[in-house]
Design a binder for this molecule. Sequence first.
Ligand code: SF4
Ligand code: SF4
Length: 342
Amino acid sequence: MWDASKCDYCGDCLVRCRYVDYDRDRAAREIKLLMEGQAADILGSCITCNACVQTCPTGADPADLIYTLQEKTGASPIIAGFKPFIDAVIQGFEEGGAGIIVEGEANKPVLSLDSFGIKQFPKGTMESRMFKGMTVVRGKPYASLVGMCHMGGASLTARYAQKVIEGLSALGKDIVYLHNEGYVLAHVKAKELGIDVPYRYMHLFEYLLDYLKSNAGDITPLNRKIAYQPNCAARWIPHQDAWLDEIFDRIGVKRVSRKYEGVDALCCGGPALAVNRELAAKIQNDNIWDARDNQAEALVTICPMCDLVLGAPTAKAGLPKIFITDICRMALGEAPWPATAN
Ligand code: SF4
Ligand code: SF4
């Protein structure tokens, strides 16, 4: 959440932004304009990659300020395109539509898919021994909401977070978030909004790590080098990296060292598609060839949207793309390592 008291106009956030070319003075001027609620160039240029959540050294969260003003002023090409979708989400919450619940075994936690469909995760995910028997919930009432900032719906988190938390709480079980935006809502945004989360919840990586620890004897190390593609929500929860590193250690996977990793990771290009297709393609190309040039044997994704938009460009570059749950399934002998495209 934007905190003006933490901003010292250093300009770091927008100097480091990969989607504009501002010097420090220009960046500081832009931030000042935003703080005064005035028209600022960045509102039309920001592709909502979320990087400046992390690059701001004081934790002021400039991305939140930008997203809020993008929604309020409509000064972004993203907003107009997604308006019908955002209106439908609001209508769904106001009318109290039901979500989809696939009942599982009583003693197992709930797997929340947020608003994603089962088919948006790799084939066989729900049948994996890692998730078998879990109750699965999905649909608008269980939406993570935080991703709406990519579509001009930044205010929806504050408006409907309470409803989502209550809906998940009503299930009366522990929640495992298959997508990290749900975890962000419970772990970061609910706290910022002063909303109590009355159930136990786990990030997918925590769950996978526990599973791999409990089934260590069933793991065959993959002995592979990979590049990792964090999604934009990862910027809110950098502590998830420690879980991921331990997962990779346990399944015999090493991250290659490359230019676009950590704070310098590139966005999957998805949000940029709505603003500038040429720019989106360039981001994807730079990212994928950085992975290939550093000898990665696959790109590991953690978000269905990243996975979708990177499908064609990774295939074109001959770099296999593997979702995080699938690479664990490979180490457990449930799935083969993918063939290289070329
Ligand atoms: S969210 Fe990304 S694109 Fe937008 S200003 Fe911040 S770093 Fe730049
Ligand atoms: S939001 Fe953060 S990085 Fe940006 S100008 Fe303010 S303090 Fe500096």
